[in-house]
Design a protein around this ligand. Structure first.
Ligand code: UDP
Ligand code: MN
Length: 377
């Protein structure tokens, strides 16, 4: 770029000089002495132009200040672009609720803000994995198993090793109050597991509420340098089908399997205005499941931090949102739209009968006896 610019300058200068000399020649009808003089001038100018050109090329290569400016300009552009890539929305906007299944029974693969909704047949698994493998990425995966929920770890991890980001570098971070209960599961190549001890709790609400804070702090202390993407998943679950790089995006949420054909006013959002998770009846896109949140480490950090702050404000007022952190996540996703939305294929419930639109179940909540696994009713 720089060199081309100098070359252009020099050549323009040269051709202008040559042009004016020629004009003088033509207009004055000079004698041969005059011709010779002009030819000498011409040669002289040619040499001057040549020397300047060489000098300018040399300067272009060595001048750091010009190069630095170029670089700074590019960095600014990138930063601005990142800021704009957030899909934020003001509160109180009136628009039609997006559908998940069309009137013809066919699934809808795009949100009205043009983020993909990932369904079977909307992507080529081989193609998309090949693209993302080029990026040499690490996918951190956090999972909480406190109290009796440690019993779900074995199936969760074993089925993940069969289906979840196969061929990618995956790092599980298991939060538990009983590290000795974490089962030995054989992990594939380039996959690892870290156990993180956390205090026990005798209230399940407290456990789920603290997940956002733990995720926020883990990102700050480790994931910023250890991973590119992070998914936080429920442990009382199992993988039944492929879950791969098609799920990657800047900010990723999953449509809850129980409400994808429900009118928004019937979504189990938090409806008390006193709560930070409050969503009015006239607003809402989808009801997102709290069992899955993912995306780039930086964007998930922003989401987790915001939810944690909102949860703290509620706690100080002794308000607990209808579905704890799921309610706060729904509020976050309404005003900070996900850049990719996972269809209910990525969060089913084992007790739910299969439906026509969901062709494959990839990840599903197992049936559990709430009274037997939770520390309190
Ligand atoms: N959890 C836990 N121990 C508990 C209760 C919850 O480890 O005693 C964690 C676990 O990761 C679980 C998540 O919190 O998957 C969400 O709770 P739960 O699955 O009970 O909520 P649900 O999916 O039934 O709404
Ligand atoms: Mn669950």
């Amino acid at each position: 770029m720089k060199v081309n610019f100098y070359l252009f300058l020099a050549l323009t200068g040269f051709s202008l000089t040559g042009h004016s000399v020629l004009r003088v020649t033509k207009d004055t009808k000079p004698n041969s002495k005059m011709m010779q003089y002009l030819q000498n001038v011409n040669t002289f100018l040619l040499v001057v132009a040549g020397v300047s050109l060489t000098g300018l090329i040399f300067l272009g290569y060595t001048s750091t200040s010009v190069g630095y400016k170029d670089k700074r300009f590019c960095l600014n552009l990138t930063k601005e672009h990142q800021e704009n890539s957030k899909l934020q929305l003001p509160q109180g906007l009136s628009y039609k609720q997006p559908s998940v299944v069309g009137p013809d029974g066919k699934v809808i693969a795009m949100t009205p803000w043009l983020s993909p909704i990932v369904w079977e047949e909307t992507f080529d698994p081989f193609l998309i994995d090949t693209i993302y493998k080029q990026q040499n990425i690490t996918i951190a995966t956090t999972v909480f198993a406190l109290g009796k929920y440690t019993q779900f770890l074995k199936d969760f991890l074993e089925s993940a090793e069969q289906n979840y980001f196969i061929g990618f570098r995956v790092h599980y971070y298991v939060f538990t109050d009983q590290p000795e209960q974490v089962p030995e599961v054989k992990l594939g190549e380039e996959r690892q597991l870290t156990v993180l001890k956390v205090p026990s709790s005798n209230r399940w609400q407290e456990i789920t509420l603290r997940r956002m804070e733990k995720l926020e702090k883990l990102i700050e202390s480790r994931l910023v340098s250890e991973a590119d993407y992070v998914f936080s998943l429920d442990v009382d679950t199992k993988f039944y089908g492929r879950w791969g790089s098609e799920s990657l995006g800047r900010l990723v949420g999953v449509i809850h399997p129980g409400y994808y054909q429900t009118p928004r006013e019937q979504f189990p959002y938090e409806r008390r205005p006193e709560s930070q998770a409050f969503i009015p009846h006239a607003e809402g896109d989808y009801y997102y499941g709290g069992a899955v949140i993912g995306g780039l480490v930086k964007d998930v950090h922003e989401a987790a931090k915001t939810c944690r702050e909102q949860l703290d404000i509620d706690a100080a007022k002794s308000i607990e949102a209808a579905w704890q952190e799921e309610s706060h996540l729904n509020k976050y996703f309404l005003y900070n739209k996900p850049s990719k939305v996972l269809s209910p294929e990525y969060l089913w419930q084992d007790f739910k009968p299969h439906t026509n639109e969901v062709k494959i179940i990839r990840f599903s909540q197992v049936i559990k006896n709430y009274a037997a696994v939770r520390p309190n009713p």
